[in-house]
Design a protein. Structure first.
Length: 217
């Protein structure tokens, strides 16, 4: 089976399962989403969603955030891990947003990636989920699925993102990113499927007889 055939099946399957996938991180503004995505690095969405209400009750915008000592931010976000680095990044990026963007989150990837603590994946999530701009954020889970399903042969996330963008229509990227996340968690997790168990894996590679070992991001 060729990659376009696999991609079409996957797109249709995910659309049937998750026709309107919700955004996993709770937020009420682009700023809140940016902070939540930053906190989600090496942390579960569930834990982030437990922490952000406390943080945003103290400061839910860049202007208020820079009035808070970094030590206070640290104490609130500590359960998310990497708190010293993340708390400083939250304060510093908020300061930049106030100074350079009147407190607003920029819509451009390059401007987002220039902010402290914001990498390509985080910026891609923000532009796609906050502004509806087509992007295909690739985290370790999506990278693993793309390999298992034969959508990429790349050994790195950057190459996988490029291959995924070539495999699917641009207007489907934002939904597919979320759909792949939900499917991976429900049916094709790192421990729940070895490349031969879930329906998509079995369809894409019906003759696979040994566990598929994906490259790590």
């Amino acid at each position: 089976m060729r990659r376009p055939e696999r991609a079409l099946y996957i797109k249709n399957k995910l659309q049937r399962l998750y026709p309107e996938p919700p955004i996993p991180l709770k937020h009420k503004s682009a700023y809140q989403l940016l902070i939540a995505v930053l906190l989600s690095a090496q942390c579960t969405d569930a834990r982030v969603n437990k922490v952000t209400p406390d943080l945003f009750s103290v400061a839910n915008n860049a202007f208020d955030m820079i009035k808070i000592p970094i030590e206070v931010i640290y104490k609130i976000i500590r359960p998310c891990g990497l708190a010293p680095k993340k708390s400083r990044a939250i304060w510093e990026l908020s300061d930049i947003l106030v100074d350079c963007y009147d407190g607003e989150v920029p819509r451009e990837l390059d401007k987002l990636k220039a902010l402290p603590g914001v990498g390509h994946k985080t910026a891609s999530v923000v532009v796609s989920q906050a502004f509806g701009i087509p992007a295909f954020p690739v985290d370790t889970h999506i990278f693993r699925l793309a390999q298992r399903w034969g959508l990429t042969k790349s050994k790195n996330v950057k190459g996988a993102e490029s291959d995924l963008k070539k495999s699917f229509p641009k207007d489907s990227w934002n939904s597919l990113h979320l759909q792949m996340i939900f499917y991976g968690r429900e049916f094709c997790s790192a421990r729940g499927c070895d490349g031969m168990i879930c329906e998509i894996c079995r369809y894409c590679y019906p003759k696979r007889r040994s566990a598929f070992v994906a490259c790590k991001a």
